[in-house]
Design a protein around this ligand. Structure first.
Ligand SMILES: Cc1cc2nc3c(=O)[nH]c(=O)nc-3n(C[C@H](O)[C@H](O)[C@H](O)COP(=O)(O)OP(=O)(O)OC[C@H]3O[C@@H](n4cnc5c(N)ncnc54)[C@H](O)[C@@H]3O)c2cc1C
Ligand code: FES
Length: 363
């Protein structure tokens, strides 16, 4: 019995010793020293002790790049072009890369650890992204799980964004701050406020945080980000398709459009399960009365008898298929869950929309 206890004790001691040696060895091996990160041929340069991800090193220098999943390696948004250094691309990165990106040295900043001097390229637009402090100025419950939150900017006091762009909110997580992307729903003419439409994801860190905010609370976010580019040509018709919180960028696009081009042709397709999920319908119907070239199509996929719904039923891509005229140049903006985006994209392509005229954010 005593011999057995002694042998277990010796084995445990050996394991502890090996673990300590491995930790020390890893620390020594992982001592990459000071590394230089050069951005856009020297437009910006900084030194950083190696061993951290490029994403966090950039963030420390207040260089903000899209990172919708907060660095978890699951969104593929944090792409940078590596000109020199960085080693081999990792298996966690390749699923997000096209052939051209693989050849062109594109990497995910949240997966790439700084271990040597690095030279990278970033779009100029990203170097203008800022960190904002803002106060909650209004909260409105739109449905049982979707709320609209308006922030008044404090520092900087103004923002300039394009229709359909998003910000990344900082929310307190169990292991420190996390960042999540939320599209701006306010029109681009409002430079002093940022409005969001946020669906509560059960157990979700950032959406729960936003759903618990009250008027006067302070938040921090970075932005604006995003690739949506509304054509400046008023003859190009706009098609917006969304579901749930996907209304946010669509609301900004439609409101911004009619402030600038009152006669522009635009169609809204919005998919809901039942009347419980419907919001903004009356506002858009009023907008359509004021702007006859604006057409509104809401569709319910699971209408109840009590809903007394007389409009379209079924998934929203069926409404797009039913109402969208394939003639004339159009740009489409899609926001919602991936299956919706895929089904709608197929319909749009069948109606002659080119790939470069279809923009989407999956969420
Ligand atoms: C470009 C972009 C713009 C976005 N804009 C908006 C917006 O305007 N409004 C908005 O509400 N959201 C938007 N999102 C989604 C948002 O960024 C968050 O992913 C979402 O709010 C969940 O974050 P969370 O921290 O609450 O959940 P997490 O803590 O990240 O996740 C908790 C759990 O829920 C699951 N989960 C995560 N997201 C979803 C989801 N959407 N549905 C179901 N389960 C989920 C996770 O897998 C996890 O198991 C956008 C995303 C992108 C990429
Ligand atoms: S931040 Fe999402 S993949 Fe890098």
């Amino acid at each position: 019995m005593i011999a057995a206890v002694t042998s277990v004790g010796i084995t445990t001691a050996i394991f502890v010793l090996i673990s300590i040696i491995l930790i020390i060895a890893e620390k020594r091996l992982a001592d990459y020293g000071e590394c230089t990160v050069t951005i856009n041929d020297g437009a910006q340069m900084f030194e950083r002790t190696g061993g951290v991800t490029l994403l966090s090193a950039l963030y420390e220098r207040k260089i903000f790049i899209p990172s919708a999943c907060g660095g978890k390696g699951s969104c593929g948004y944090c792409k940078v072009t590596v000109v020199e250094g960085g080693g081999q691309i990792l298996p966690t990165e390749t699923p997000f890369m096209s052939r051209a990106e693989l050849i062109g040295g594109v990497r995910l900043a949240c997966q790439l650890k700084i271990k040597e001097d690095l030279s990278i390229r970033l779009p100029e637009e990203l170097l203008a992204v800022k960190e904002y402090r803002a106060l909650v100025s209004r909260v409105r419950e739109l449905t049982y799980d979707i709320r609209e939150v308006t922030f008044e900017l404090v520092e900087p006091a103004e923002i300039k964004h394009r229709p359909g762009q998003y910000v990344q909110i900082m929310a307190p997580g169990p292991d420190g701050p996390v960042f999540r992307a939320y599209s701006i729903s306010s029109p681009v003419s409002d430079h002093t406020h940022v409005q969001l439409i946020v669906r509560l994801v059960p157990g979700g860190i950032a959406s729960t945080y936003i759903h618990n905010l009250s008027e006067g609370d302070e938040v921090v976010f970075t932005g604006p980000y995003g690739e949506f580019r509304l054509s400046e040509n008023p003859n190009v018709e706009i098609v917006c398709v969304g579901g749930g919180a996907g209304m946010a960028p669509i609301s900004s696009i439609i409101r911004s459009t009619y402030e600038r081009w009152p006669d522009r042709r635009c169609q809204l397709y919005f998919g809901c399960r039942s009347m419980r999920d419907v919001f903004y319908l009356e506002d858009f119907e009023k907008l359509a009365k004021d702007h006859p070239n604006f057409k509104v199509h809401y569709a319910l996929s699971e209408p109840g008898e009590e809903d007394k719904w007389e409009g379209d039923t079924g998934f929203i891509h069926l409404s797009v298929d039913k109402w969208l005229d394939p003639r004339d140049r159009k740009q489409a903006f899609l926001c919602g869950p991936p299956p919706m985006i895929e089904a709608v994209t197929e319909v749009l392509k069948a109606k002659n929309l080119a790939d470069e005229d279809i923009f989407y954010d999956k969420f």
